[in-house]
Design a binder for this molecule. Structure first.
Ligand code: BV8
Length: 253
């Protein structure tokens, strides 16, 4: 069982949740790792073998369509077969008790929704559909097993398809990003879980909250650029082990 932060830190985080009004959660790939989805960086990250730009970018898909689609097939399969871990259900409990818990995610795996979390803002899209790499206008296709029978999957116009995730170098969905910035500006507590704080503009959200004097709770087994900033309560450990402990203190069993 991974070691937990001290009970005083867990209590401090729990008190912040109890007394908070609008609490916002922001998650990265680390939130999914205890459900079996590999992270991008960190110890067992994908990107030890590949550079991000070689995979999640338009150039990468054009240069290595089979490699990139192999990667997305592996991730889609994982997301379909994997179940949310206890940490997701702890967030669902907080959502049910507080009635509002906006959750901003960089993840595309849909696991938050699988755990019953309702208000999920997908900054980087999702693995639900794919569309024409050359934007021919043909309707997008659902990302199902059939789509992967022949790699790379093709649009009806003959071009290669691309997953409807936000690739590096692409703008984020405007509405999602605008709402995420507004939440960072207006929340009075932000919990940041499982992100290395590398990818922009997602990484700017906790910094916006801190600049407004808002407290930030970070849950991550590793140090990140956020960990040592003033106003951050850094809980070193995993989402799946820490979140249930916090919920126990906040709401009892
Ligand atoms: C944009 C979808 C305008 C696809 C993804 C130079 C400097 C700064 C920025 C840039 C730059 N050059 C270009 C940029 C902008 C670029 C960027 O930020 N690049 C980075 C690499 C420097 N950003 C963009 O291009 C964005 N668009 O800005 O548009 C623009 C355009 C052009 C040029 C400038 C501006 C688009 C970014 C979106 C890319 N798409 N995903 C897909 O998923 O397939 S990014 C993808 O990687 C994820 O979505 C996520 O955002 C990122 C991975 O980061 P994390 O989620 O943090 O995961 P990571 O593995 O890194 O870390 C996991 C953490 O969890 C670790 O800390 C680990 O310790 C922890 N952990 C592990 N286990 C656990 C745990 N924590 C808790 N519990 C555990 N059990």
């Amino acid at each position: 069982m991974p070691e937990l932060p001290s009970s005083s830190l867990i209590t401090e985080a729990s008190d912040m949740i109890k007394t908070s009004g609008l609490m916002v959660v922001s998650t990265g790939a680390g939130m999914s790792s205890e459900s079996g989805v590999r992270t991008f960086r960190g110890e067992e990250g994908f990107w030890r073998e590949y550079r991000a730009e070689d995979l999640a970018s338009i150039e990468g898909i054009r240069k290595n369509p089979e490699l990139v689609w192999e990667w997305y097939r592996e991730r889609l399969k994982a997301c379909q077969e994997l179940e949310p871990h206890a940490g997701y259900y702890s967030l669902e409990r907080i959502q049910n008790e507080k009635e509002i818990l906006p959750l901003i995610t960089q993840n595309v795996d849909g696991l938050h929704q699988k755990a019953g979390i309702m208000d999920v803002i997908e900054l980087h899209g999702s693995l639900r559909t794919a569309s024409c790499l050359d934007s021919c206008g043909a309707p997008g296709k659902r990302m199902t097993e059939e789509l992967f029978e022949i790699l790379p999957p093709r649009c009806s116009c003959g071009s290669i398809l691309r997953p409807d995730v936000v690739l590096f170098g692409e703008q984020l969905p405007e509405q999602a990003l605008r709402r995420a910035f507004r939440l960072a500006e207006s929340c009075d507590l932000m919990m940041v879980i499982g992100t290395s704080m590398v990818v922009y503009p997602a990484s700017s959200l906790p910094l916006i909250a801190l600049r407004k004097g808002v407290k930030v709770i970070e849950i991550n087994p590793e140090e990140t650029p956020l960990s040592s900033l003033d106003g951050v309560l850094s809980l070193h450990g995993t989402a799946g082990s820490i979140l249930p402990e916090i919920v126990k203190v906040v709401y009892g069993e």
